[in-house]
Design a protein. Structure first.
Lengths: 301, 178
């Protein structure tokens, strides 16, 4: 555009001032637009990131691979200790594996007796982490799967073990995962043995806060925390982590997902549960079909 | 002669955009979580101010606006705000180019620091006015101090890595304002 003319002296004073004013107007206007209609502006951002980042992958891959190699070279120094530690852990794992196998058999038997059908809808798409937010104040990562792979905003993301975050912003070939540590992340969770509901609030530290617990005395460090499925944010029962006491004395969460190594993430395909539209029907003897065929259907199901 | 100079000028402009892109790229590399770590300096801001103090003719307004807007979008910042504030700072520098060109380093650093403080303060103020959630005051201050500390480093990078020279040290074509 007009800047093809080179040095600033070439502009006449008023034209230059007009241009400056115009640029500032556009930029502040964009900020206002983002503030007023955030979803639309974020879609714009997702589209831009989608256009820029995957095309720069060739430049990013060598740098990050090199840094990874440096990191692993450093870890060679402690390889003996690591080996010993792994052996110890392996022994423990064997014991746990036995326990898990026994429990699995028992569980299978019980499920069979109860005729329980597990939710078949939880299939997943696996994506590779391309980039992160690039700022110390925002916590998110960019995956290389997007709308093309059927990703939808709001789906849960795990690293195979624990919850990592939720999809927030989808481009054609990329999608952004808002991590649980981001200051804007809020996830309804259940604390396991006591069954209390809480909200997991990110605050830009490694350990997000566990807030709005009804009886904080009943919650102890080490309690398991799973997603509660409230508000249809996530499917219920995904492992999130363990309660820990933060250095500030507040209840926080040690995440089960390995945030140090986010490389491959699973995006769980989940359909929202069917809404309950009507109040419950009376459970009684089966109605004759000619009277109310639709009611009979409802009580059967 | 004119075309050769234009070529050189556009080379520097390209270099600036390339440097901004490189910083964004390095920041975006997935090196584990940044949560709980201390914030680093805002190298893009420091570089832009340092470069503009030396050669504002390398940074036409549309180029600065576009580069900063791209950084805003890619680094998950509120789009447009930092870009607008940086554009204002660059325009302020441009308007006083004649007076600020041959200052000693310490004085130049002070002026650059004042501009950076003004940008960060205006940014925080506007975010507060529009009720946008912000990082804590402590983190913002640490980042501000580190950015001011990074100013001479980015200045030397601009001078010796990118080869930006003072206008008065060359033919002085862009010097001597009416």
């Amino acid at each position: 555009m007009a800047n093809g003319r080179g040095g600033s002296e070439n502009y006449a004073g008023p034209v230059k001032r007009l241009l400056t004013g115009l640029v500032l107007l556009v930029l502040f206007g964009l900020f206002l637009f983002w503030r007023i209609d955030s979803p639309r502006a974020e879609r714009l951002r997702a589209a831009l990131v989608d256009a820029v980042v995957p095309s720069l992958e060739w430049a990013m891959v060598p740098i990050s691979k090199g840094a990874d190699m440096l990191e692993s070279a450093r870890s060679y120094a402690q390889i003996y200790d690591q080996n010993q530690e792994l052996r110890r852990e392996l022994r423990q794992m064997r014991a746990w594996r036995e326990a898990a196998l026994q429990l699995e058999q028992e569980n299978a038997k019980l499920l069979d007796l109860n005729k329980v059908r597990l939710d078949p809808k939880l299939t997943y798409v696996t994506g590779v982490v391309l980039a992160d937010a690039g700022s110390t104040f925002r916590q998110s990562v960019l995956l290389n799967v997007g709308a093309r792979d059927g990703i939808i905003d709001g789906w849960a993301t795990t690293d195979g073990l624990g919850l990592v975050g939720r999809i927030s912003g989808v481009g054609a070939n990329s999608s952004r995962v808002l991590l649980l540590t981001d200051p804007e992340s809020r996830v309804p969770v259940t604390i396991q043995p006591s069954g209390q509901n809480a909200v997991l609030t990110g605050d830009n530290t490694r350990l997000p806060l566990v807030e709005f617990v009804e009886v904080p005395e009943a919650v102890r460090p080490g309690d398991r925390v799973v997603s509660s499925g409230d508000g249809d944010v996530f499917p219920a029962g995904l492992l999130v982590g363990q309660v820990a006491l933060g250095p500030d004395g507040r209840q926080r969460l040690r995440l089960a997902a390995d945030y140090e190594r986010l490389e491959f993430l699973r995006v769980l395909r989940s359909a929202p549960p069917e809404p309950i539209m009507s109040p419950g029907e009376l459970v009684g003897p089966v109605m004759p079909e000619d009277l109310a065929p639709d009611l009979a259907e409802a009580t059967d199901g | 002669m004119g075309s050769g100079r234009a070529f050189e000028l556009w080379g520097y402009r390209g270099l600036y955009v390339g440097a901004v892109l490189l910083i964004v790229l390095i920041l975006m590399l997935p090196f584990g979580p940044s949560a709980g770590r201390l914030p680093g300096p805002d190298l893009i801001l420091a570089l832009t101010i340092a470069w503009a103090m030396r050669r504002s003719d390398h940074l036409p307004i549309l180029l600065v606006a576009a580069a900063m807007l791209l950084a805003d979008f890619l680094l998950m910042r509120p789009p447009g705000l930092m870009a607008a504030l940086t554009v204002i700072a660059v325009e302020v520098i441009r308007a006083r180019e004649g007076q600020w060109r041959d200052l000693p380093l310490v004085l130049e650093w002070l002026i650059g620091a004042a501009l950076i403080v003004a940008i960060v303060a205006a940014n925080a103020l506007l975010l507060a006015v529009f009720f946008v959630p912000q990082p804590t005051l402590g983190h913002t201050l640490i980042r501000l101090i580190l950015t001011i500390g990074a100013y001479p480093i980015t200045l030397f990078a601009a001078l010796y890595i990118f080869g930006v020279a003072r206008a008065s040290g060359r033919e002085g074509e862009f010097g001597a304002r009416p």
